[in-house]
Design a protein around this ligand. Structure first.
Ligand SMILES: Nc1ncnc2c1ncn2[C@@H]1O[C@H](COP(=O)(O)OP(=O)(O)OP(=O)(O)O)[C@@H](O)[C@H]1O
Ligand SMILES: [Mg+2]
Length: 360
């Protein structure tokens, strides 16, 4: 087991900066999720750790060693790919055994490890089948078995669940967390799915366009997003973001927006009419005739116990989430909304960074 870190790592592909000066430390035994939209550089970052991609500048450490120039086979990491990458002509048993053969582990020990690992992942009955004779979920378990069979220093997983259906995804997600917890192997897990990140990560590193945006525990990322990007990306649906100006006449405790105002929880460290972005999670908004700003209903989505009311505030699309029992508006209705002041976030419109608010 080992700590794993990026130190000022940049990767350039002619013209494109795929990863931009990345500093990130994954603690010994930690499951760190690297999260971000398609093309933000997640796979590239992971491949640099595995040694499948050269770094343009900076260093990668595994344990006490700088591995930037170490051959992939000597890095002692195991990678699990989205595509499983199993050998189709080998049986499940031989696939799992493969990394042990590569490392010249002796036969009796190989057999013992394959049997033990297959049992851990519920594959004992499938050892003689070939990958073509397995379901997607079973193939993914074989890929996991192949990764854990030789106790590497770190696991690198690149969207390993994306080919599975929703039910199997949820199940396998829990299985990976349990397994990682039991083995205690340092893990860097890549996904673009924020629900997966929230449920699996000890910490989440959010990336956008090659740049690291925030690293923190899932709840902290949710409660105090560092900037507009993280606020909008995390949450399902993400945070509603509205442009406005701090109102200096009332001690900057109100943001004026296009259709009214949003109260701010505490005094903001500014008394000027700064341009801001005000953020409210869908569950922090409620429909209330006495509310403080107007909106027009464009879609009403019923999801069993709750309803998502999609509205327009001027040109901006926002979502209000509330329990079905509280009733629901009709499409086209002009409604008033109220924001729970404790659920209001403020960002500087120019830098898009979270603004400090101080209690009174
Ligand atoms: N071999 C390559 N040559 C040139 N550009 C590349 C290469 N590999 C990746 N890129 C570019 O680097 C950027 C980051 O790609 P990367 O595959 O790391 O993204 P990602 O976050 O894994 O995306 P996804 O969620 O779609 O898998 C993208 O702009 C991509 O087009
Ligand atoms: Mg990728």
């Amino acid at each position: 087991m080992a700590r794993l870190s990026f130190e000022g790592v940049t990767k350039r592909f002619d013209g494109v900066v795929a990863v931009d000066n990345l500093d990130l430390e994954v603690n010994d035994g930690e499951l760190m999720v690297l999260l971000g939209p398609s093309g933000c550089g997640k796979t590239t970052a992971l491949r640099m750790v595995a040694g499948l991609e050269d770094v343009t500048s900076g260093n990668i450490h595994i344990g006490d060693k700088v591995v930037t120039d170490v051959e992939p086979k000597d890095r002692d990491v195991a990678m699990v790919f989205q595509s499983y990458a199993l050998y189709p002509h080998l049986t499940v048993g031989k696939n799992i055994e493969f990394p042990l053969r590569q490392r010249k582990v002796e036969k009796a020990e190989r057999e013992r490890l394959v049997v033990e690992t297959a049992a851990t992942l519920g594959l004992s009955a499938l050892l003689d089948r070939r990958p073509g004779q397995l379901s997607g979920g079973q193939r993914q378990r074989v890929a996991l078995a192949r990764a854990i069979v030789r106790s590497p220093q770190a696991f690198l997983m690149d969207e390993p669940l994306s080919n599975l259906d929703a039910t199997l995804r949820t199940q396998t997600r829990a299985d990976i967390v349990t397994l990682q917890d039991r083995l205690g192997t340092t893990t860097l897990y890549v996904t673009h799915d924020q629900v997966e990140a929230m449920t699996m990560g000890d910490r989440i590193a959010v990336m956008s366009a090659g740049v690291l945006q925030q690293v923190a525990a899932p709840q902290e990322i949710y409660e105090t997003p560092a900037n507009v990007f993280v606020a909008g990306f995390i949450g399902s649906p993400g945070m509603n973001l509205l442009k406005g100006k701090l109102d200096p006449t009332v001690g900057a405790r109100v943001v004026r927006i296009e259709t009214g105002s949003v109260p701010v929880p505490a005094r903001v460290a500014s008394n000027r009419a700064d341009d801001v972005v005000v953020g409210c999670r869908p569950e922090a908004l409620s429909i209330d005739p006495e509310g403080t700003f107007g909106a027009k209903v464009s879609i009403v989505e019923l999801l069993g116990s709750e309803v998502h009311v999609v509205c327009r505030v001027g040109e901006t699309r926002i979502v209000v989430r509330q329990e079905v029992s509280r009733g629901r508006p009709n499409i086209g209705d002009e409604i008033m909304l109220r924001a729970d002041p404790d659920g209001v976030h403020l960002f500087d419109a120019a830098t898009e960074k979270r603004m400090a608010v101080s209690g009174l």
